[in-house]
Ligand binder design. Structure first.
Ligand code: UDP
Length: 238
Protein backbone atom coordinates (compact mmCIF):
# COMPACT_ATOMS: atom_id res chain seq x y z
CA UNK A 1 0.00 0.00 0.00
CA UNK A 2 1.23 3.53 -0.76
CA UNK A 3 2.29 5.80 2.04
CA UNK A 4 0.14 8.68 3.25
CA UNK A 5 1.24 12.11 2.03
CA UNK A 6 0.41 13.67 5.40
CA UNK A 7 1.06 12.89 9.03
CA UNK A 8 -1.58 15.16 10.58
CA UNK A 9 -4.66 16.58 8.89
CA UNK A 10 -7.75 18.56 9.80
CA UNK A 11 -10.89 17.27 8.11
CA UNK A 12 -13.84 19.65 7.80
CA UNK A 13 -17.20 17.96 7.26
CA UNK A 14 -20.29 20.05 6.68
CA UNK A 15 -23.34 19.23 8.75
CA UNK A 16 -25.29 18.85 5.51
CA UNK A 17 -23.01 16.00 4.51
CA UNK A 18 -24.58 13.96 7.32
CA UNK A 19 -28.11 14.35 5.91
CA UNK A 20 -27.59 12.14 2.88
CA UNK A 21 -30.80 12.43 0.88
CA UNK A 22 -32.84 13.40 3.93
CA UNK A 23 -34.10 16.95 4.41
CA UNK A 24 -32.86 17.31 7.96
CA UNK A 25 -30.77 15.68 10.66
CA UNK A 26 -28.49 12.68 10.55
CA UNK A 27 -28.89 9.86 8.05
CA UNK A 28 -27.65 6.60 9.53
CA UNK A 29 -26.33 5.00 6.34
CA UNK A 30 -24.58 8.25 5.38
CA UNK A 31 -22.75 8.66 8.69
CA UNK A 32 -21.72 5.00 8.62
CA UNK A 33 -20.29 5.37 5.11
CA UNK A 34 -18.44 8.52 6.16
CA UNK A 35 -17.02 6.81 9.22
CA UNK A 36 -15.84 3.89 7.08
CA UNK A 37 -13.88 6.36 4.92
CA UNK A 38 -12.42 8.03 8.02
CA UNK A 39 -11.54 4.66 9.59
CA UNK A 40 -9.68 3.63 6.45
CA UNK A 41 -7.34 6.62 6.60
CA UNK A 42 -7.00 6.49 10.40
CA UNK A 43 -5.74 2.91 10.02
CA UNK A 44 -3.07 4.21 7.65
CA UNK A 45 -1.56 5.95 10.68
CA UNK A 46 -2.62 9.49 9.77
CA UNK A 47 -3.39 11.70 12.76
CA UNK A 48 -6.86 12.98 12.16
CA UNK A 49 -8.79 15.85 13.70
CA UNK A 50 -12.31 16.62 12.54
CA UNK A 51 -14.44 19.75 12.63
CA UNK A 52 -18.07 19.13 11.82
CA UNK A 53 -20.66 21.77 10.95
CA UNK A 54 -24.25 21.99 12.10
CA UNK A 55 -26.14 23.02 8.98
CA UNK A 56 -28.19 19.79 8.96
CA UNK A 57 -29.78 20.90 12.25
CA UNK A 58 -29.49 24.65 12.67
CA UNK A 59 -27.70 27.63 11.19
CA UNK A 60 -27.63 31.08 12.75
CA UNK A 61 -28.48 32.61 9.38
CA UNK A 62 -31.21 30.07 8.43
CA UNK A 63 -34.76 31.21 7.67
CA UNK A 64 -35.85 29.51 10.92
CA UNK A 65 -33.68 31.98 12.84
CA UNK A 66 -35.23 35.06 11.20
CA UNK A 67 -35.99 37.75 13.73
CA UNK A 68 -33.84 36.07 16.36
CA UNK A 69 -30.95 37.75 18.04
CA UNK A 70 -28.05 36.68 15.80
CA UNK A 71 -25.69 35.72 18.63
CA UNK A 72 -28.37 33.52 20.24
CA UNK A 73 -29.07 31.86 16.91
CA UNK A 74 -25.36 31.26 16.40
CA UNK A 75 -25.05 29.63 19.81
CA UNK A 76 -27.87 27.31 18.75
CA UNK A 77 -25.87 26.53 15.60
CA UNK A 78 -22.82 25.73 17.71
CA UNK A 79 -24.89 23.39 19.89
CA UNK A 80 -26.02 21.66 16.70
CA UNK A 81 -22.37 20.93 15.91
CA UNK A 82 -22.04 19.33 19.37
CA UNK A 83 -24.88 16.93 18.49
CA UNK A 84 -23.23 16.06 15.20
CA UNK A 85 -19.87 15.57 16.92
CA UNK A 86 -21.42 13.17 19.43
CA UNK A 87 -23.11 11.22 16.65
CA UNK A 88 -19.88 11.04 14.68
CA UNK A 89 -17.78 9.94 17.67
CA UNK A 90 -20.33 7.30 18.56
CA UNK A 91 -20.45 5.98 15.00
CA UNK A 92 -16.66 5.72 15.16
CA UNK A 93 -16.83 3.89 18.47
CA UNK A 94 -19.14 1.33 16.84
CA UNK A 95 -16.43 0.42 14.33
CA UNK A 96 -13.69 0.26 16.96
CA UNK A 97 -12.16 3.71 16.40
CA UNK A 98 -11.38 5.77 19.50
CA UNK A 99 -12.50 9.36 19.18
CA UNK A 100 -12.56 12.22 21.66
CA UNK A 101 -14.97 15.12 21.36
CA UNK A 102 -13.71 18.47 22.62
CA UNK A 103 -16.04 21.43 22.81
CA UNK A 104 -15.22 25.11 22.39
CA UNK A 105 -18.24 25.86 24.61
CA UNK A 106 -18.16 24.61 28.17
CA UNK A 107 -20.71 21.78 28.42
CA UNK A 108 -18.75 19.45 30.61
CA UNK A 109 -21.45 16.95 31.53
CA UNK A 110 -21.64 16.08 27.85
CA UNK A 111 -18.16 16.54 26.36
CA UNK A 112 -14.79 17.63 27.62
CA UNK A 113 -13.69 21.20 26.95
CA UNK A 114 -11.21 22.05 24.23
CA UNK A 115 -7.74 22.20 25.74
CA UNK A 116 -5.01 22.42 23.13
CA UNK A 117 -2.29 20.32 24.86
CA UNK A 118 -4.85 17.61 25.54
CA UNK A 119 -5.93 17.59 21.90
CA UNK A 120 -2.30 17.26 20.83
CA UNK A 121 -1.83 14.40 23.28
CA UNK A 122 -4.85 12.55 21.89
CA UNK A 123 -3.59 12.95 18.35
CA UNK A 124 -0.16 11.63 19.31
CA UNK A 125 -1.90 8.65 20.91
CA UNK A 126 -3.61 7.92 17.60
CA UNK A 127 -7.08 8.97 18.73
CA UNK A 128 -9.33 10.96 16.44
CA UNK A 129 -10.23 14.34 17.89
CA UNK A 130 -13.58 15.88 16.98
CA UNK A 131 -13.71 19.60 17.63
CA UNK A 132 -17.27 20.57 18.56
CA UNK A 133 -19.00 23.96 18.93
CA UNK A 134 -17.00 25.63 16.17
CA UNK A 135 -14.78 28.44 17.42
CA UNK A 136 -17.05 28.95 20.45
CA UNK A 137 -17.92 32.43 19.17
CA UNK A 138 -20.97 33.71 17.32
CA UNK A 139 -20.57 35.37 13.90
CA UNK A 140 -18.11 32.69 12.81
CA UNK A 141 -18.53 29.43 10.93
CA UNK A 142 -17.18 25.94 11.28
CA UNK A 143 -14.98 26.60 8.24
CA UNK A 144 -13.21 29.17 10.38
CA UNK A 145 -13.07 26.68 13.26
CA UNK A 146 -11.36 24.25 10.86
CA UNK A 147 -8.78 26.86 9.83
CA UNK A 148 -8.24 27.86 13.46
CA UNK A 149 -7.93 24.39 14.95
CA UNK A 150 -5.93 23.22 11.94
CA UNK A 151 -3.44 26.01 12.60
CA UNK A 152 -3.37 25.33 16.34
CA UNK A 153 -2.62 21.63 16.05
CA UNK A 154 -0.05 22.09 13.30
CA UNK A 155 -2.05 20.20 10.68
CA UNK A 156 -0.29 20.05 7.33
CA UNK A 157 -3.53 20.63 5.45
CA UNK A 158 -7.22 21.39 5.87
CA UNK A 159 -9.34 18.88 3.96
CA UNK A 160 -12.65 20.45 3.09
CA UNK A 161 -15.17 17.79 2.17
CA UNK A 162 -17.98 19.16 0.00
CA UNK A 163 -20.67 17.89 -2.34
CA UNK A 164 -18.61 19.02 -5.34
CA UNK A 165 -15.30 17.33 -6.14
CA UNK A 166 -13.19 20.47 -6.14
CA UNK A 167 -13.01 24.10 -7.20
CA UNK A 168 -14.23 24.74 -10.73
CA UNK A 169 -13.79 27.56 -13.25
CA UNK A 170 -17.60 27.99 -13.03
CA UNK A 171 -20.48 26.28 -11.23
CA UNK A 172 -20.36 22.71 -12.66
CA UNK A 173 -24.10 22.31 -12.00
CA UNK A 174 -24.87 25.26 -14.28
CA UNK A 175 -22.03 25.31 -16.80
CA UNK A 176 -21.16 22.18 -18.80
CA UNK A 177 -17.80 23.69 -19.77
CA UNK A 178 -16.70 24.21 -16.17
CA UNK A 179 -13.27 22.72 -15.51
CA UNK A 180 -11.88 21.56 -12.17
CA UNK A 181 -8.65 23.13 -10.96
CA UNK A 182 -6.18 20.49 -9.86
CA UNK A 183 -4.20 23.13 -7.97
CA UNK A 184 -4.64 26.85 -7.53
CA UNK A 185 -2.91 29.46 -5.40
CA UNK A 186 -4.69 31.50 -2.75
CA UNK A 187 -4.00 34.66 -4.80
CA UNK A 188 -5.43 33.14 -7.99
CA UNK A 189 -8.56 32.02 -6.13
CA UNK A 190 -9.05 35.58 -4.83
CA UNK A 191 -8.38 37.17 -8.23
CA UNK A 192 -10.86 34.81 -9.90
CA UNK A 193 -13.47 35.29 -7.14
CA UNK A 194 -13.62 31.54 -6.51
CA UNK A 195 -15.45 30.43 -3.38
CA UNK A 196 -13.26 27.93 -1.52
CA UNK A 197 -14.16 28.47 2.14
CA UNK A 198 -15.76 31.41 3.87
CA UNK A 199 -13.66 34.55 3.71
CA UNK A 200 -12.43 34.50 7.33
CA UNK A 201 -11.37 30.85 7.10
CA UNK A 202 -9.71 31.44 3.74
CA UNK A 203 -7.76 34.46 5.05
CA UNK A 204 -6.55 32.54 8.10
CA UNK A 205 -5.32 29.59 6.03
CA UNK A 206 -3.60 31.99 3.64
CA UNK A 207 -1.87 33.87 6.48
CA UNK A 208 -0.77 30.62 8.10
CA UNK A 209 0.30 29.13 4.75
CA UNK A 210 -1.99 26.23 5.55
CA UNK A 211 -3.04 24.54 2.29
CA UNK A 212 -6.66 23.56 1.68
CA UNK A 213 -7.83 20.54 -0.30
CA UNK A 214 -11.41 20.71 -1.52
CA UNK A 215 -12.76 17.28 -2.41
CA UNK A 216 -15.97 15.28 -2.68
CA UNK A 217 -17.48 13.63 0.35
CA UNK A 218 -19.86 11.63 -1.83
CA UNK A 219 -17.28 10.12 -4.20
CA UNK A 220 -16.19 6.70 -2.89
CA UNK A 221 -12.48 6.53 -2.04
CA UNK A 222 -11.92 10.29 -2.45
CA UNK A 223 -10.68 10.85 1.11
CA UNK A 224 -8.19 8.01 0.79
CA UNK A 225 -6.94 9.37 -2.56
CA UNK A 226 -6.48 12.78 -0.96
CA UNK A 227 -4.51 11.29 1.91
CA UNK A 228 -2.32 9.40 -0.56
CA UNK A 229 -1.55 12.72 -2.26
CA UNK A 230 -3.28 11.80 -5.51
CA UNK A 231 -4.80 14.24 -7.99
CA UNK A 232 -8.18 14.33 -6.31
CA UNK A 233 -10.18 17.51 -5.79
CA UNK A 234 -8.43 20.87 -5.79
CA UNK A 235 -5.35 21.86 -3.80
CA UNK A 236 -5.28 25.51 -2.77
CA UNK A 237 -1.76 26.52 -1.84
CA UNK A 238 0.44 29.56 -1.25
N1 UDP B 1 -21.40 28.79 14.41
C1 UDP B 1 -20.95 29.90 15.13
N2 UDP B 1 -19.61 30.01 15.41
C2 UDP B 1 -18.69 29.10 14.99
C3 UDP B 1 -19.16 27.99 14.25
C4 UDP B 1 -20.51 27.85 13.97
O1 UDP B 1 -21.72 30.76 15.52
O2 UDP B 1 -17.49 29.25 15.28
C5 UDP B 1 -22.86 28.61 14.21
C6 UDP B 1 -23.42 29.42 13.07
O3 UDP B 1 -24.73 29.82 13.43
C7 UDP B 1 -23.48 28.42 11.94
C8 UDP B 1 -23.84 27.14 12.67
O4 UDP B 1 -23.12 27.25 13.91
O5 UDP B 1 -24.46 28.76 11.00
C9 UDP B 1 -23.47 25.86 11.98
O6 UDP B 1 -22.16 25.93 11.48
P1 UDP B 1 -21.87 25.97 9.90
O7 UDP B 1 -22.87 26.83 9.20
O8 UDP B 1 -20.43 26.33 9.71
O9 UDP B 1 -22.11 24.46 9.53
P2 UDP B 1 -22.02 23.72 8.09
O10 UDP B 1 -22.45 24.71 7.04
O11 UDP B 1 -20.60 23.32 7.90
O12 UDP B 1 -22.92 22.55 8.25
Amino acid sequence: MSNPAYKRVLLKLSGEALMGDDAYGINRATIERMVADVAEVARMGVELAIVIGGGNIFRGVAPGAQGMDRATADYMGMLATVMNSLALADAMRQVGITARVMSAISIEQVVEPYVRPKALQYLEEGKIVVFAAGTGNPFFTTDTAAALRGSEIGAEIVLKATKVDGVYTADPNKDRNAVRYSTITFDEAIAKHLQVMDATAFALCRDQKLPIKVFSIVKPGALKNVILGEDEGTLVHV
